[in-house]
Write a protein that binds this ligand. Structure first.
Ligand code: PRX
Length: 651
């Protein structure tokens, strides 16, 4: 394990108790929920499960045989039924489920009934194309309503979706389709981002050129002529044609609580992304209750989570959690600065968003753009704000509170991961006294601890590893096709507990302060990138002999990537090799993994046994004094590198 220096917030003394007006109407205000859930967590989760529809009730709430947890054992349910059908017999039938705005400005509103109709038609179309319960379906789409429709249609018939973020390259998509052995891909002819067209369908064509498992590609017409795509006879079908004439009567499969709902790929500490597996019943209960309590959802709220559905935040808090609660959600297709830097605030004003959930990297960007942009709009409908994805600096928290929240909205700083499926450390906005920069306390029923490398609890305010001691309903059930890696990465680092990969400190009030990753995973603008993945991409380039990638602090993105590269003999680092390598990483993974800095070196600093000393490269990239160099084979390598790096920065 490696550790990075951490910005300390030990002297943060500001406190924000829930405003009286907020508390008076909040969904949860009774602090005893913590004690009750702590004492009897299974009874606590069982009560939440009782709010949802089960075709067959569970026999046992939890079966825990480390590391395998099974929740609501023997229960049978269906996620899409709970997101849709359950509401159709109530006043929510004609309530807006999705308010959508495309980047160029078109709008669509789908009521719960409309959404149910489209999901049923899509489910029938999938069945007609041979997709069956348990089959994997890859989804590679822009932020348009057909994306949650496709997910819900899969859930309805018991197919397992694997959504791949539309910013990933064709090669990254191919690896994920192959790993999941997907039978079908659902995509669009393209998507809009800052006025340009993202060629999604063309990427799919490239990705599946020699993937034998994929039989069909279902294509939404988002762009039209300008996308200039080619439909492959017998394989590709237009969404609108395939759904045309399909009936609204697709029965919801009665899924076992532990049957797969989805796979979502995320970066780890090796070059190969891991397919995180989530199952039906526990994930449903976890996302249902956390959405309701943390975002304090009421019937008349309009909830806007700005994440792309391609990430877990979008799965749990754009799609499933809010729909399980019968909420209205806003979905926006494009960039926050298109056409101007106030697009988000324009949308908040136009639709009357009440609960707004975004990432610290976005907030830091807004700060840089200036408070005049939000000031142009009436943001008075907002009553609650949230953040997720990385630690938020106290000053960014204060700016968010003032300039977006009008000094009246509580902020929920929510800590969780792709693996946890649901938020685990967070304030409850009607109860918790907030501290800027702290994700505060574990959700009721969750047991989080800060420990040393042997698993012993560290004293208050001492840094350590964040671990979870008890299973929670939405926890991952494994890594798709790799049970050994699942045990090794999460359960054997510190035996007997779930290892999060994050550092944390717990203060004297028991509040958690997240300190960033302690492994080789970098959090770039709230997106997880494995340094090994980028290294593998770089060394796959014919000019590269060796590469080491590290994270460095970045004002807006939180962290950015710095790559140290040794070129093959005889290759000149002049000209546009840097651009060439950056383009190469974009092609291998996607623009999110493109290094900010590339530094060429004749040699990389290594130990005598030949291991690259990334710790020292991090020191160089962040301009710190070099740490312990006694194990280095050749001290001059690192000294030379440092001098050149500093000259480079000054240029
Ligand atoms: O390092 C933590 C950071 O994001 C990681 C999980 O990334 P991912 O699986 O992509 O999911 C992101 C959205 C849930 C964590 O290991 N992280 C997430 N939320 C916070 C955070 N760090 C500090 N504070 C948070 N609120």
């Amino acid at each position: 394990m490696t550790s990075r220096p951490i910005e300390s917030s030990m002297d943060e003394r500001r406190r924000f108790p829930p405003p009286e007006t907020f508390r008076a109407r909040a969904v949860v205000t009774d602090e005893r929920v913590y004690e009750e859930a702590g004492r009897e967590p299974e009874a606590f989760w069982e009560r939440a499960a009782g709010d949802l529809h089960w075709f067959r009730r569970w026999d046992q709430v939890l079966d825990w045989n480390l590391p395998d947890a099974r929740w609501f054992v023997g229960g049978r349910t269906n996620m899409a039924f709970n997101c849709l059908d359950r509401h159709l017999t109530t006043a929510r039938r004609n309530k807006a489920a999705i308010l959508w705005e495309g980047e160029p400005g078109e709008t669509r509103v789908l009521t719960y009934w409309d959404l149910a109709r489209e999901v049923n038609r899509c489910a029938n179309a999938l069945l007609s194309m041979g997709v069956r319960r348990g089959d994997r379906v890859a989804i590679y789409m822009p932020m348009i309503p057909e994306l949650p429709i496709a997910m819900l249609a899969c859930a309805r018939i018991g197919a397992v979706h694997a959504v791949v973020f539309g910013g990933f390259s064709a090669e990254a998509l191919r690896d994920r389709i192959n790993d999941a052995q997907a039978k079908m891909v659902i995509t669009a002819d393209g998507g809009y981002r800052k006025g340009t067209i993202i060629p999604l369908k063309r990427n799919v064509d490239q990705a599946i050129a020699d993937v034998p498992t994929v039989r069909h590609v279902l294509v939404v017409r988002r762009i039209g002529e300008a996308a200039a795509i080619h439909m492959v006879e017998g394989r590709d079908r237009w969404w609108h044609r395939a759904l045309d004439g399909m009936r609204m009567d697709s029965p919801a499969e009665e899924m076992d609580s532990e049957e797969l709902l989805y796979i979502l790929y995320t970066s780890g500490t090796t070059g190969k992304p891991k397919g995180i597996v989530h199952t039906t019943g526990g994930y449903m209960v976890g996302t249902y209750l956390t959405t309701k309590w943390i975002f304090d959802l009421r019937e008349d709220d309009l909830f806007w989570c700005t994440a792309d559905i391609g990430w877990v935040t979008g799965h749990s808090y754009v799609a499933y959690g809010p729909l399980l609660n019968g909420a209205s959600i806003l979905m926006y297709e494009g960039a926050p600065d298109w056409p101007e830097r106030d697009r988000f605030w324009e949308l908040v004003e136009k639709y009357g968003v009440t609960v707004f959930y975004t990432a610290p990297t976005a907030i830091r960007t807004f700060i840089r753009w200036g408070a005049d942009w939000p000031a142009r709009h009436d943001l008075s409908t907002l009553r609650l704000l949230g953040t997720v994805g990385e630690p938020i600096n106290p000053e960014a928290w204060m700016w968010y509170r003032k300039h977006i929240g009008g000094d009246r909205c509580p902020i929920v700083d929510t800590w969780w991961q792709t693996e946890t499926g649901m938020i685990l450390i967070t304030p409850l906005p009607g109860i918790t006294t907030l501290k800027p920069g702290s994700a505060t306390v574990p959700f009721p029923g969750i047991e989080a601890h800060v420990v040393d490398e042997h698993g012993a609890q560290v004293p208050p305010n001492a840094g350590g590893y964040l671990v979870l001691r008890r299973p929670w309903p939405a926890m991952l059930r494994g890594i798709y096709g790799d049970p050994a890696r699942f045990r090794r990465e999460y359960w054997e680092r510190i035996p007997g507990v779930y290892f999060t990969g994050d550092g944390a400190r717990r203060d004297e009030d028991g509040h958690f302060w997240l300190l960033g990753r302690v492994d080789d995973v970098i959090n770039v603008a709230g997106h997880r990138i494995g340094t090994m993945e980028v290294e593998s991409a770089l060394v796959a380039h014919p000019k590269v002999a060796e590469a080491a990638v590290v994270g460095m602090q970045h004002e807006i993105k939180g962290q950015a990537l710095a790559a140290f590269v040794t070129l093959k003999e005889g290759v000149d680092s002049g000209g546009d090799v840097t651009d060439e390598l950056r383009a190469h990483v974009t092609q291998k993974i996607g623009a999110i993994a493109r290094p900010d800095r590339i530094m060429f070196a004749a040699e990389l600093p290594k130990t005598r046994s030949g291991k690259i000393m990334r710790r020292l490269l991090r020191d160089i990239a962040e301009g710190r004094l070099l740490g312990d160099t006694t194990t280095l084979a050749d001290l001059s390598v690192i000294q030379g590198l440092r001098e050149r790096y500093e000259e480079d920065v000054q240029d």
